[in-house]
Write a protein that binds this ligand. Sequence first.
Ligand code: ADP
Length: 346
Amino acid sequence: MILGSNNEIEWANYPALLLLGIDAQKDVGNKIHSLIRQAKFAKQISKEGNIAFEMVSPVDKEITLFVQLAEYAAQKRLLLAHNISANIDSQRSRKTFIANASHELRTPLTVVAGYLEFMQHAPDLPETLAMPVNRALEQSENMRILIEDLLTLSRLEDKALSPKSISKIDVQKHLAGILQSLKDSGKLQHHSITTEIKAGIEVDSQADIEENVKTDTESLYLEASEKELDSVCYNFINNAIKYSEPDTEIHIVWEKINDKQLKFSVTDNGIGIAPEHIAHLTERFYRVDSGRSRRVGGTGLGLSIAKHIAERHHGHIEIHSHLGEGSTFSVILPIRYARRNPLLLR
Ligand code: ADP
């Protein structure tokens, strides 16, 4: 379609009738938002410049359209609408397939692991079989973690964050809980862990220092799904442990970076990451060194899960690293959980 300066229709082709219900003969001269009566459409079309958005077809609610608006001459815009329903259907069935396959694999895997565990403890297990049974058991545990991660990812993609799962979290208590459970699992015994909670108040003068110390020890809170926050924090800490040598230091910080956001960071002095890999780390199954990742029990899905969780909370992930020196992984989250997507509120 070609639209004039007041969004009046100047020209439309035949598919515009099929996808948007715009009749080139009858509707030329009419304003498009008086014919397509959808709040989202009206809001998008009122914006200036080049824009793109998805919408449900006003002709058939089973059809999803990808709409692009481009200025191509003074006072003229070209509106292009593509039917993307087939892409959306195939994405949906791919996701359903992965979720179902992962679910179906759980039961046989539990049976296999159960028999292996039984064999591992059998007093009459021949010596030659001890090592293969242990290896098989390790691999079945890796597979269990992979299935759990796949199910977590498909759950995150499938369902929006429910407001019921949001609670007010005291970050100091939260951090203490995480450290305790890592200690209980024996994972921390080879690293020295330091923690810090920063309220982010600048110290202007000596007189402020006392005040600042007080503020810095005050509790920080944020609204989030505790279970999902745990998952991000454990992923960062477990990775710091996995990708650094024993006896090195891992530093964990919760910081108030401004009135609206908190930042959780984990810094290690580990192997680091070359710059060309950094942008890809949150892609599924992306590993810098898949051999090493597998050896240390990685699935390549942890950071992809962390990115999903950050975005569901309207936050984001930051990664800084120097090869051979170490890395800092951070998640920046809003202190108050916005019930609606802030992008839609603009
Ligand atoms: P994995 O289960 O393989 O650790 P993740 O998604 O958590 O999967 O991480 C993806 C990849 O990012 C890892 O395989 C590793 O190459 C790299 N990585 C993650 N954390 C670190 C870190 N702290 N130091 C160095 N490399 C890291």
